[in-house]
Design a protein around this ligand. Structure first.
Ligand code: NOJ
Ligand code: NOJ
Length: 574
């Protein structure tokens, strides 16, 4: 028995050793490729960014299946946060001129009127633009309200560094006006529904709320620093409200963060891991209110999220239940048949590296009831408690967690083709790259994961010591369930939809109007919707057939929802 255990242990050490040498050589070879790949996609002179204006990030040079030749605010902001970190941490100061181009480009983009509105009427929520800085007018999941927050975070990081280096004039005159537009948007709109970062469901989204919280906190601190005090109390108030709302995504029964409140999915989603790594602040330790990477909630969530991918991808068959596996956006994903993504798989590694760095800086590690299942993966006998960094439990757990993190990088390594190019996804059955080639965000995710692996600590943003208000205000209040029944005779191929004056009724959008169903109840079409309680609203039915939209005749119907419970509204098409 003893001997067997010894042999088994040797085997494990052997596996860990060969894995770590694979990862080491992958990181060494992939780092320069990822950086060059990222820079190739930035205008005006990136080798794969032909046609892109100066400072514009092309999401991917792929022009068909899928066409990603656009500038997404989210991708661009995350890519430039990576560049800004490299410059401000002194890792590569040669990238400075790229940042100047980026700032110039974003100042232009903010002012471009687009289907979400003008700069002052919601246009900042527009998710993507043509690479020559003009508006994309086609139908899309809009608005996406993470963009302004992520852009503000990138710029605030740069602004703080400039202030540290005595360049207050540029911050006040050039950066602050851009940052303020974004923060005012976040402050005014954080409690509105949004398309999620995957551009698919309109609801509340954890990633969006988390990055909004961060932007308002650090925005208020920056405003104080440069004497723009008039905005401070407003941003602080909203930051607390957002933090309060952020708590509502936590699902205590199942131990994970429900990434989206809509969409008919489990809510287990890479959204939550990305939120944790992009709001990491080592000064906040393992604070759970901000879902820090080493917080018990974020670790429990990580396990549930990763486990949701066990057994769903053929390339992972036979992988041990406690070993790293390839992960994608969310287990129910069907985009390109639903595959693992590089940025999701590397994101798991990054959260674990961030956690390891934080534990080392705190000098201990806590195992709580919430995080116990996570830690048991690495030591089945571990019990709740605080383990000082000098303890053997700390050494055992952190060594195993580091090996686990390396396992996710090893998966990315295994499915990176020989030239080192990173697409968006790799095929769940064959492992070959699929969807957009040279995805800029994939390269950025490799650089930030490798950075955390090497010990890079990004600048703090003020997560330390934030407190969650005892009662939330400002977010979606009580709601009621309302069933709409409408009698409407229709032709074959024709359907009945509903739209109205509130978010839940798609703000009169014909494109996103809600589809009713008929079936056995025909000619009565029906739909049940969650609406804000005690609210007066207007609505109408519309019919769509072969792309033709016909509204029912005026006037609008109106309705005041009850204070609680359910409600049925019976109407007849007119
Ligand atoms: C394009 C979006 O970018 C992607 O995230 C989504 O999955 C597909 N459209 C399908 O809706
Ligand atoms: C699809 C992803 O779902 C979305 O998050 C991303 O912004 C675009 N592709 C562009 O990369």
């Amino acid at each position: 028995m003893r001997l067997l255990q010894f042999v088994a242990a040797l085997g494990l050490v052997g596996t860990a050793f060969s894995q770590s040498s694979t990862v080491k050589s992958y990181v060494a070879s992939e780092s320069p490729i990822a950086k060059a790949g990222l820079l190739a996609n930035i205008g005006p002179s990136g080798s794969k960014s032909s046609g892109a204006s100066s400072g514009v990030v092309v999401a991917s040079p792929s022009t068909s299946n899928p066409n990603y030749l656009y500038m997404w605010i989210r991708d661009t902001s995350l890519v430039f946060k990576t560049i800004i970190d490299q410059v401000t941490l002194g890792q590569d100061t040669s990238l400075r001129s790229q940042i100047d181009n980026y700032i110039h480009a974003q100042a232009i983009i903010q002012q471009v009127s687009n289907p979400s509105g003008t700069v002052s009427t919601g246009g900042l929520g527009e998710p993507k633009f043509y690479i020559n800085e003009t508006a994309f007018e086609g139908s899309w999941g809009r608005p996406q309200r993470d963009g302004p927050a992520l852009r503000a975070t990138a710029m605030i990081t740069f602004a703080n560094w400039l202030l540290d280096n005595n360049n207050a004039t540029f911050v006040t005159n050039t950066l602050w006006p851009i940052i303020k537009l974004d923060l005012d948007y976040v402050s005014a709109n954080w409690n509105q529904t949004t398309f999620d970062l995957w551009e698919e469901i309109q609801s509340s989204s954890f990633f969006t709320t988390a990055v909004q919280h961060r932007s308002l906190r650090e925005g208020s601190a920056l405003a104080t620093r440069i004497g723009q005090t008039s905005v401070v109390s407003g941003y602080d108030t909203q930051a607390s409200n957002v933090l309060c709302f952020l708590q509502s995504y936590w699902n205590p029964t199942s131990g994970y963060i429900t990434a989206n409140t809509g969409g008919g999915r489990s809510g287990k989603d890479s959204n939550t891991v990305l939120a944790s790594i992009h709001t990491w602040d080592i000064a906040a330790g393992c604070d759970a209110a901000t879902f820090q990477p080493c917080s018990d909630k974020a670790l429990s969530n990580l396990k549930v999220y990763v486990d949701s991918f066990r057994g769903i991808y053929p390339i992972s068959s036979g992988i041990d239940a406690s070993a790293a596996v390839a992960v994608g956006r969310y287990p129910e994903d069907v985009y390109y048949n639903g595959n693992p993504w590089y940025l999701a798989t590397l994101g798991v590694a990054e959260q674990l590296y961030d956690a390891l760095l934080t534990w080392d800086s705190v000098g201990s590690l806590d195992v709580t009831d919430v995080s116990l299942p996570f830690f048991k993966q690495f030591s089945s006998g571990v019990t709740t408690g605080t383990y000082a960094s000098s303890s053997s439990t700390y050494s055992t757990l952190t060594a195993a967690i580091r090996a686990y993190a390396e396992g996710f990088v090893a998966i990315a390594a295994k499915y990176t083709p020989s030239g080192g190019g990173l697409s968006e996804q790799f095929d769940k059955s064959t492992g070959v790259p699929v969807s957009a080639v040279d995805l800029t965000w994939s390269y950025a995710s490799a650089l930030t994961a490798f950075g955390a692996r090497a010990g890079t600590k990004t600048a703090s943003w003020g997560a330390k010591g934030v407190t969650v208000p005892s009662q939330c205000t400002g977010n979606a209040g009580p709601s009621v369930s309302v069933t709409f029944n409408v009698q409407a005779t229709t032709q074959v191929g024709e359907s009945i939809y509903l739209a109205g004056s509130v978010d839940a009724l798609q703000n009169w959008s014909t494109e996103y109007a809600l589809l009713l169903s008929a079936g056995e109840t025909y000619p009565t079409w029906t739909l049940t919707v969650t609406l804000p309680a005690s609210t007066s609203l207007q609505y109408k039915y519309l019919r769509k057939a072969n792309g033709t939209v016909t509204w029912q005749s005026d006037p609008d119907f109106s309705l005041t929802t009850p204070a609680s419970g359910t409600f049925t509204q019976n109407d007849t098409w007119r």
